[in-house]
Design a protein around this ligand. Structure first.
Ligand SMILES: NC(=O)c1ccc[n+]([C@@H]2O[C@H](COP(=O)([O-])OP(=O)(O)OC[C@H]3O[C@@H](n4cnc5c(N)ncnc54)[C@H](O)[C@@H]3O)[C@@H](O)[C@H]2O)c1
Length: 251
């Protein structure tokens, strides 16, 4: 029980990875807040997880984030950590480089990286008053290395330029905040997962796996060990680090 009675907010907690994070936090004795813009899905997931609660949160809305903080503080008297994991993207997200308009590029950066900034800023304000806190940002291998475009050949998929900029920016935002909050007992770290299997074409999975050690694309469950470690006191003195979990893909 590494997270006994810790109150932990997971943004995008109703998604593919977020739901696995929430189950793992609960299994370690934490009180998990499934905070998602899609509150119905969050509630469905919460119904299956002991010690969990669903709450509507839009990481692009200052008033929404502030309301969540006020509610949780009232209910639990404390918030131990926030996991920035939501994945907002606009309707044109996912295009090839020459098809990305300036407007879409800017909008996706705003809603994603901007949302991570806003959530971190408002939670950090609360953590400062509380005198401790823990922020974990979910980045990606594509924040660490440039895309391996060869694995996308013959598929409809690509690695969007916005994603690379958002995720690399997020790793540096993590280090910036870790340094900025050094004397405030607020820790900030990031996790950079490799690709998670979710119905991608077989040919893609094969090419991806050629870059890996033994598994290739991961399951959400493969990511939870690092999350629990960073949320727990086992990582008490770890600040501003980025943990890559990718079965060797980036090597
Ligand atoms: N899936 C992968 O292969 C992979 C790999 C590396 C990193 N990641 C990262 O992991 C995180 C989670 O990804 P996922 O695959 O689980 O995504 P997902 O699309 O399955 O889930 C994202 C969740 O975020 C919620 N969301 C969207 N906009 C929001 C907003 N404005 N406010 C609050 N919640 C909002 C959605 O409702 C959804 O429940 C993301 O940061 C993603 O970039 C994913």
């Amino acid at each position: 029980m590494k997270l006994k009675d810790k109150v932990i907010v997971v943004t995008g907690g109703a998604g593919l990875i977020g739901a696995a994070f929430c189950r793992a936090i609960s299994a370690e004795g934490g009180i998990v807040v499934i905070a998602d813009v899609d509150v119905d899905s969050a509630q469905n997931i919460s119904d299956l997880i002991p010690n969990s609660t669903a709450i509507q949160l839009d990481i692009n809305s200052k008033s929404s984030i502030e309301a969540v903080i006020v509610n949780l503080h009232k209910k639990y008297k404390k918030i131990d950590a926030v996991v920035n994991n939501a994945y907002p993207r606009n309707k044109n997200y996912g295009k090839h480089f020459f098809d990305v308009t300036y407007e879409d590029f800017c909008e996706n950066l705003n809603i994603n990286l901007g949302g991570y900034f806003l959530t971190s800023q408002l939670f950090a304000k609360f953590f400062k008053q509380q005198n401790y806190g823990n922020i974990i940002n979910i980045s990606s291998i594509y924040g660490v290395i440039p895309p391996r475009f060869d694995i996308y050949v013959d598929t409809k998929m690509t690695m969007p330029v916005e994603y690379a900029v958002i995720k690399s920016g997020l790793i540096h935002l993590t280090k910036y905040m870790a340094s900025y909050f050094k004397s405030d007992k607020i820790r900030v770290n990031s996790i950079s997962p490799g690709g998670v299997a979710n119905g991608q074409p077989e040919s893609f999975l094969k090419k991806y796996a050629n870059y890996c050690n033994s598994k290739g694309m991961l399951d959400p469950q493969d990511l939870v060990g690092a999350l629990i470690f960073l949320l727990s006191d086992d990582s008490k003195y770890i600040h501003g680090q980025n943990i890559i979990i990718d079965d060797g893909f980036t090597l």
